[in-house]
Design a protein around this ligand. Structure first.
Ligand SMILES: Nc1ncnc2c1ncn2[C@@H]1O[C@H](COP(=O)(O)OP(=O)(O)OP(=O)(O)O)[C@@H](O)[C@H]1O
Length: 283
C-alpha cells in the first residue's frame, strides 16, 4: 500500500534517511521522540517538502506522478494542521462532500452521533478530544484506502484516546485492504492498535518489528552480576547497569524461561523494550 525507499531530507545537522513499508490490511506505527523525524516523514510522503533522494509509492503509483483524483485515496491528519475553527461540523460536512466524490454523508452523521460530536457547535468551542476525533472523522469519511496520521493521540485522556482508536478499528473493519500509518511519541498509545512498529531516532529507523513479536518474544531479565557472568549471552540484545546488577533485553524470552527458571523475567512494555534497544549497551 505504501512503500518508502531510501528517503532523504536534511535540515542543517538533522538528516532523515529511511525506508519503510505499510502492507495492505496493516496498521503500522511510527514511534519516535520529539524531533526524531516523524512529521518530516509524513510531509515527505505527501510531497509537502522537497526531498534530496528516494521514492514514495502509494497504491503502486509513485507520488511524483499523482493526479488530484489519486489524493482521494488518502486520509490525512497532520500534527500541527487544524481547521477553520469558526466552522461547525455541519459546515464541514458540506466542504467534505464537495471535496471528495466518495464522501459518505450517512457515515459522517453516524460517527458524529456515536462519538458525541455536535453538528452545530463551532469547532473553536470543541475540547481537545472532540477536535482530535473531528480530524479523524474528516480523514475517514471519504473511504480512503490509506490513512496517514501524524500524532493523532497527542494530548488526549485515556477515554478520548480509546474512542479515537475505536474509530480507526471500525475504519479498518469496513475493508480488509485498507492500511494506516500512524505516529506517536508514546509507543504504549499504539500498543493495542498496530500490527507492525517502526522506531525512528535522529531520522533513522532503529527498530522494525511485528507488534506480536515485540510483546510476545521480547523480555527483560533482571540479574545480579554473578548471574549475568554465568548465563548464556547469545540471545541478549543489550544491557543496562542497575544497583542490583543488570537489566538485560532478550528476543528469546522462552529460552531463558526454560533454561534459567530462577531468573527474574518481565514481559516489558513496548516502551521498556524500545528504551533498552536504544539506550542499552550492546552485548
Ligand atoms: N522547516 C524546517 N526547517 C528546519 N528544520 C526543520 C524543519 N522542519 C523540521 N525540522 C527539523 O527536523 C527535525 C525533525 O523534526 P520533525 O518535526 O520531523 O520531528 P518529529 O519526530 O515530528 O517531532 P515531534 O514529535 O516533536 O513533532 C528536527 O530537528 C526539526 O528541528
Amino acid at each position: 500500500m505504501l512503500k518508502i525507499k531510501d528517503l532523504r531530507k536534511s535540515y542543517g545537522n538533522f538528516e532523515l534517511n529511511l525506508s519503510l513499508e505499510v502492507p495492505a490490511g496493516c496498521i503500522t506505527g511510527l514511534v519516535g521522540s520529539n524531533g526524531a523525524g516523524k512529521s518530516t516523514t509524513f510531509k515527505a510522503i505527501l510531497g509537502l517538502i522537497t526531498t534530496e533522494k528516494g521514492s514514495v509509492e502509494v497504491c503502486g503509483k509513485d507520488i511524483c506522478t499523482w493526479e488530484a483524483k489519486d489524493r482521494e485515496k488518502l486520509g490525512v491528519v497532520l500534527a500541527n494542521a487544524g481547521f477553520n475553527t469558526y466552522l461547525t461540523l455541519r459546515d464541514m460536512e458540506g466542504v467534505l462532500s464537495r471535496m471528495y466524490t466518495r464522501f459518505d454523508r450517512e457515515m459522517f452523521r453516524e460517527y458524529c452521533s456515536r462519538y458525541h460530536l455536535p453538528l452545530d457547535k463551532k469547532l473553536k468551542e470543541f475540547s481537545t478530544g472532540m477536535l482530535a476525533k473531528t480530524k479523524i472523522l474528516a480523514a475517514i469519511t471519504h473511504k480512503a484506502d490509506l490513512l496517514l496520521l501524524d500524532e493523532p493521540t497527542t494530548g488526549l485522556d485515556v477515554l478520548a484516546r480509546e474512542e479515537l482508536l475505536d474509530m480507526l478499528r471500525s475504519y479498518m473493519e469496513e475493508n480488509e485492504e485498507r492500511s494506516i500509518l500512524i505516529s506517536s511519541h508514546i509507543s504504549t498509545d499504539l500498543e493495542g492498535l498496530c500490527d507492525d512498529l517502526y522506531m525512528i531516532e535522529k531520522g533513522h529507523i532503529v527498530l522494525h518489528e511485528e507488534m506480536d513479536i515485540l510483546l510476545g518474544q521480547y523480555g527483560i531479565l533482571k540479574v545480579t552480576k554473578s548471574q549475568f557472568d554465568a548465563m548464556e549471552k547469545q540471545y541478549l540484545l543489550g544491557k543496562i547497569e542497575e544497583n542490583y546488577g543488570y537489566r538485560c533485553l532478550t528476543k528469546e524470552k522462552q529460552f531463558y524461561l526454560e533454561n534459567y527458571p530462577e531468573l527474574t523475567l518481565e514481559k516489558g512494555s513496548v516502551d521498556e523494550v524500545i528504551t533498552m534497544l536504544v539506550k542499552g549497551e550492546k552485548i
